[in-house]
Each structure stands twice: as structure tokens, then as C-alpha cells.
Design a protein around this ligand. Structure first.
Ligand SMILES: [Mn+2]
Length: 377
């Protein structure tokens, strides 16, 4: 893939950003991009708090606030970061599927003798299949064009088609999965492609994914614990409780990061559910859970991955949600705090992009190796 940087004519990175220019306030096009963000506004199976359907527009809207220069990887934006248009039809499909799913969620699933709900369930499952087909073909195109795909959710069910595309175009790979939840339930409430089932579906249906390394997991049922154990060495789960206890007992986080990364194969997809972080970084996400990673800890793990020589072949960032007003529409940001979820997410997105590019040989690694170390200046 193309990872060379280029200067952008008539663009001054030190000036205040032009919010209408593109993601992070930088002009760009698909043709010149190394990283392509594919927004997927979808939340049909969301089971608790809604709003992640508005995640992509909130992240894009907040992104112009970023200062582009990065101490570690210098100017990742020069490699070309492009925010693709939404796949046509997704928002309308989400609206109908969400409306049908609402009644199923209300009854906690589909009881016998409720043929109306069974019909709605079949509708939602067909819509999920259609969504997966669309995401798969768009992601495959991005990969075939030699670019890095980045899926922006939406709920955590959305990258399934992208995993399929990665398997088809790149062969075997591992998933580094940040999340509060295991996401290995079997068809939660009957939804075959539930946000709570993404890693189980991936494990059962995509044999090219040889490893799942889960980090920050702290909310799961016994069936999920059993499922991941039954998968043997294919699943390595860093439960938050155990990870945090190690940290609090004096193990340096750099050691913990290295332990996590060593389980991954050569090629890695990063699946980042924002609720893997401490909820103070994502207060409006759909299913927040206390505990979780600090922002800088997540970055250390990602840095360790990029430095390790493994290749990031794509990534997703999901479950980001802005605060909603009483009628379910996004709150018009009045104060900076209203944009907090999206602010954190766009900064994570920029770093994810930088580390992904760096893992493809695009960074000044001497710089990256030096800066996080307190002994250097
Ligand atoms: Mn998740």
C-alpha cells in the first residue's frame, strides 16, 4: 500500500481548521488517501442506551478540533485520511430495522405464539445480512485499492462484513479487541447479528481469524466465559479485573502491554469498542461499565502493537454516542463538554490511524521510541 507522505498545496496545518474541509479539517480525496474511514450509522440491535447511530457524524463534527501534529508519528494526515460518504440506504434501513427491533427488545426476545414479533425478527436479521454484504463489498474495494479500511460505527455488529473482506483480501489475521463486553453471546434476543455477538459470529464463521485477543472485558455471562474457554488458545482474554489487579500490584503497564501483544499473529485487525475505556471517556456510550482502560493505556497497547513489527490491516471504532435530547436527536453542542464523547473518539481515531500507518512503515520510529520514555527530552 502507499504510505508515502505528501504536502498539500495551499494548506496551512498551523492555521485554525476549516470545519468544512474534511475529517480533521484537512482536505482530501479517496484517490490520494492511505486511510479510508467508512461511516456505518447502524444501531438496530442496541439493547440499552441508543445514540450510536449518530456516532459517525459526531466524530466527524468534532474532528476539526484536533491539532494535527503528533509527537510520536509527526504528521499522519499527510498520508491522506479520507472520510467516505455513507453507504447509500443504510440510514433508512437502520430506521426500519430499529423500529421493528424495538418491540422485540421490549419483550426481551420473541416468545412462542408471537408471530408478529417472529416476523419482525426475520426482518431485522435480513437487514443485518444486507448491512454485512454492503460493508463487506465496500471494505474489499478499499483493501483492493491498497488502502487501509477503518469502519466507524454505529453499534459493534457493523464490522462483521469488514472482517469477512479482510479474510478474503488479506488471508489469516488476528483481532485485537478492546471492549467492556465479551461480545460472544449466541444471537442475543434472537438477533443473529447482535452487537453482543460480533466476536462469536466472527469465531464461528470466519476461520481465517486465527486469534482473538480481548482487552478490558468486565461484563459477560457464564455462557460467554465458557465459549471463549472452549476456543482454547484461539481466545486470549485479558479480563479487566485481572489486568487492573496486576497493574495495582506493581506490574508496569509496559509489561502488561507487551504480554497482550505477544499473542497476536503477523496481521492484526483492531476492533475498538469505545466502552473498553473507562466510561469517563465515553459517558454516553450505549452500555457503559465502570472500570476499564485509561486513554493512555489503550494508546500504549496500540503503540506496542505498531512497534512490534506486526501489520495493522484495518480497524473499527464503534459504540461512540453523543448525548441525546429528550426526543432522541443529538443534543446541539452548546458547551465543549457536550462534544466530549466525540472529542475522545476522534483523538483515538487519529492515533489509531497513525499507529496503523506506522505499522506499515510510515513513521519516524526513532522518534516514536524516544518520546514516551520519561528519561528523554
Ligand atoms: Mn462491543
Amino acid at each position: 500500500m502507499a504510505t508515502e507522505s505528501r504536502s498539500l498545496p495551499e494548506y496551512n496545518p498551523n492555521a485554525p481548521a476549516d470545519a468544512s474541509a474534511g475529517v480533521f479539517g484537512v482536505p482530501g480525496s479517496y484517490e490520494t488517501a492511505s486511510v479510508v474511514y467508512l461511516p456505518v450509522p447502524w444501531e438496530a440491535t442496541t439493547s440499552y442506551g441508543g445514540g450510536t447511530v449518530h456516532g459517525p457524524e459526531a466524530i466527524l463534527g468534532a474532528s476539526a478540533q484536533l491539532d494535527l501534529f503528533d509527537l510520536e508519528v509527526l504528521n499522519p494526515y499527510l498520508h491522506g485520511l479520507y472520510w467516505a460518504p455513507e453507504i447509500p440506504g443504510i440510514l433508512a434501513m437502520n430506521e426500519e430495522a430499529s423500529a421493528r427491533a424495538a418491540a422485540i427488545k421490549e419483550s426481551g426476545g420473541v416468545p412462542e405464539n408471537r408471530t408478529d414479533l417472529a416476523e419482525s425478527l426475520a426482518f431485522v436479521n435480513r437487514a443485518s445480512d444486507e448491512l454485512n454484504r454492503k460493508v463487506r463489498s465496500e471494505t474489499a474495494k478499499i483493501l483492493r485499492d491498497g488502502k487501509l479500511p477503518a469502519i466507524i460505527g454505529g453499534e459493534h455488529s457493523v464490522p462483521f462484513g469488514a472482517f469477512q473482506a479482510a479474510a478474503e483480501c488479506a488471508g489469516e489475521f488476528g483481532i485485537l479487541h478492546f471492549d467492556a463486553h465479551s461480545d460472544t453471546r449466541s444471537a442475543y434476543m434472537g438477533f443473529r447479528h447482535s452487537h453482543a455477538s460480533i466476536m462469536r459470529n466472527a469465531a464461528e464463521q470466519i476461520p481465517a481469524i486465527t486469534r482473538f485477543v480481548q482487552v478490558g472485558i468486565r461484563d459477560f455471562c457464564e455462557e460467554e466465559l465458557q465459549f471463549t474457554r472452549d476456543q482454547g488458545s484461539r481466545f486470549e482474554v485479558y479480563y479487566d479485573q485481572i489486568l487492573q489487579t496486576r497493574k495495582m500490584s506493581g506490574t508496569p503497564f509496559s509489561k502488561i502491554s507487551a504480554d497482550i501483544i505477544k499473542n497476536l499473529p503477523e496481521q492484526v485487525w483492531v476492533s475498538f469498542d469505545i466502552d473498553g475505556l473507562d466510561p469517563r471517556f465515553c459517558p454516553h456510550t450505549g452500555t457503559p461499565v465502570p472500570g476499564g482502560l485509561d486513554f493512555m493505556e489503550a494508546l500504549m497497547i496500540l503503540r506496542e502493537l505498531a512497534k512490534s513489527g506486526r501489520k495493522i490491516i484495518g480497524f473499527d471504532l464503534v459504540e461512540v454516542a453523543p448525548p441525546l435530547s429528550a426526543d432522541g436527536t443529538p443534543l446541539e453542542p452548546v458547551q465543549a463538554i457536550d462534544e466530549w464523547d466525540a472529542n475522545v473518539a476522534m483523538r483515538l481515531l487519529y492515533k489509531l490511524s497513525a499507529y496503523a500507518l506506522a505499522s506499515r512503515g510510515a513513521a519516524d520510529w526513532n522518534n516514536l521510541l524516544k518520546t514516551p520514555d520519561a528519561s528523554s527530552k
